[in-house]
Design a binder for this molecule. Structure first.
Ligand SMILES: [Zn+2]
Length: 151
């Protein structure tokens, strides 16, 4: 494990006072910085496809949260992608669209989680369904939880 402040490598969590801050660096922090260092990071960093988060314990489960985006392909994008399909390789016009759609669904899920008081989302999954020709529903879901750092 590396300390985020001094960059030194330590064999275990035992040498850390807070997430990413070793004992030596922690002692040099101001009282405000110490409080800040003990706080869990922002919820975006606290999302995982796993069902646990290293260094944290789940104190409360708030149920499933989801974000759904329904998007159609634009006619121009479809023509461009059609040309790319002939050339082969990565169809960037579609991968950008999928990437953006998934990011939007993810953002929506995260804000729902925050609304109900969660500070982390575990077991995050994506799902996509084609509702009709050219119209795709992208679903991002996970379990909203409240976690606290393990002392
Ligand atoms: Zn350090």
């Amino acid at each position: 494990m590396k300390c985020d402040r001094c960059g030194r490598d330590f064999p275990s969590e035992f040498y850390f006072k807070a997430k990413g801050v070793c004992s030596d660096c922690y002692d040099k922090l101001t009282p405000e910085e110490k409080v800040e260092a003990k706080k869990p990071p922002k919820i975006h960093a606290m999302t995982t496809t796993a069902f646990t988060i290293d260094g944290y314990q789940i104190t409360k489960s708030l149920g499933v949260v989801r974000g759904i985006i329904v998007r159609s392909r634009s006619v121009f994008g479809t023509i461009g992608a059609g040309i790319q399909t002939l050339v082969g390789g990565n169809i960037t016009l579609f991968s950008e669209l999928c990437e953006q759609t998934r990011a939007d669904a993810f953002e929506m899920m995260v804000s729902h989680a925050q609304e109900i008081g969660a500070n982390a989302v575990i077991g995050v999954r994506y799902d996509a369904t084609e509702i009709m020709q050219g119209v795709t529903e992208v679903l991002c879901y996970g379990t909203a939880v409240v976690v606290k750092a393990i002392e």
